[in-house]
Design a protein around this ligand. Structure first.
Ligand SMILES: Nc1ncnc2c1ncn2[C@@H]1O[C@H](COP(=O)(O)OP(=O)(O)OP(=O)(O)O)[C@@H](O)[C@H]1O
Ligand SMILES: [Mg+2]
Length: 329
């Protein structure tokens, strides 16, 4: 069931890093090349990684994904910090975009980590989600294309957003400001199939705005101690938004992140989450991998940074699952 865990045995973990990056620099390295060098052994980890990278980078090489019948808007939320919200937002977005879908990431976290990972300028003064919330600029002015990812767009967050949580309190329709600012005509113009909203680690007004603007909630859960801590509070908030502000909202997807197959704890957490959320949990699990955490430092997603790596493959698998499941309740 946990497909990516199954792969682990064939991949290198620590040792794989340098080899994986060799494969990335030259994804065209073929099985034959490796075969000659190793005297006929074709199934080496470097050969496997190189073949995967080459497949990922070949247009259409990983197969097409269905366009959703209706545009899907997902908010990626968990008020627990550091569980993989931003990492999952940008990498799922990149996975969907690689398959020819048009994706918009809205960075709703003043830290601006999603903007960084997508290579989008988010210095103070750049038209951003902050000005959109204030009604000073429209989506058309704030949207920017990620230079490293075709079909992937981003509304950046600047540090100015840090004050928004307080500024919004006294505003008219304070919970609906993001929804009102997401101009359907502009989304249509860009042919956007998916909107992913990266939330800050809190249940404040920014996250509420994201929940009002979306139809689906995607909750990343880290396979660590206290994984479910705070999730019941998150679910209560979702119910509140559902009953008062956005009756369409529902939790569609749970993604297990930072899975470390060497620990029993990771399996226990995964089992517990699956028992609780059932088939909302994607069968793909994101492994803990240093490469995944390195990628944003190069303004890249893991799929661009090391397409043959376990991290990239798992986000590609998760993106595929997300697309094939559709957005039904
Ligand atoms: N699969 C992974 N393997 C290793 N490190 C990871 C993985 N996923 C995320 N990380 C790292 O863990 C840290 C937290 O991840 P991330 O920023 O995505 O979490 P977050 O929930 O968005 O955090 P915040 O609540 O601060 O917004 C980052 O340093 C990130 O690079
Ligand atoms: Mg984040």
């Amino acid at each position: 069931m946990l497909r990516n865990i199954g792969r682990k045995g064939r991949d290198l973990s620590g040792q794989a890093s340098s080899k994986d990056s060799t494969a990335n620099q030259n994804p065209a390295v073929s099985r034959e090349t490796v075969s000659r060098e190793t005297g006929g052994e074709v199934d080496t980890p470097i050969a496997i990684a190189a073949e995967r990278a080459s497949q990922v980078l070949t247009p259409g090489g990983t197969g097409a994904l269905p366009r959703p019948a209706q545009r899907r808007i997902l908010t990626v939320a968990n008020q627990k910090g550091g569980v993989g919200k931003t990492t999952s937002t940008v990498n799922l977005a990149a996975a969907l975009a690689l398959h020819g879908l048009s994706v918009l990431v809205i960075d709703l976290d003043p830290q601006g980590n999603a903007s960084t990972a997508l290579g989008i300028d988010h210095r103070s003064g750049v038209p951003s989600v902050y000005e959109m919330l204030l009604g000073e600029v429209g989506l058309r002015e704030a949207i920017a294309e990620s230079p490293n990812n075709k079909g992937l767009y981003c509304v950046p967050a600047t540090l100015d957003l840090a004050g928004a949580e307080i500024e919004l309190v006294s505003m008219v329709a304070r919970e609906n400001r993001l929804r009102n600012a997401i101009d359907d005509a502009v989304l249509d113009e860009y042919g956007i199939d998916y909107v992913l909203i990266d939330c800050p680690p809190s249940l404040g007004l920014l996250t509420i705005n994201a929940m009002v603007a979306a139809r689906e909630v995607l909750i990343p859960i880290q396979c660590e101690y206290y994984a479910l801590e705070g999730v019941s509070q998150l679910l209560r908030n979702i119910e509140l938004v559902q009953s008062h502000l956005n009756k369409e909202l529902f939790v569609s997807t749970i993604l297990l992140t930072m899975y470390d197959g060497r620990t029993k704890l990771a399996d226990q957490v995964a089992d517990e989450v699956r028992k609780y959320f059932g088939d909302k949990v994607l069968s793909t699990v994101i492994p803990r991998s240093v490469k995944v955490s390195e990628a944003p430092g190069f303004a890249m997603t893991i799929i661009g940074y090391d397409p043959g790596s376990r991290g990239a493959m798992s986000y590609l698998d998760a993106g595929r699952e997300l697309a094939h499941r559709g957005g039904q309740q």
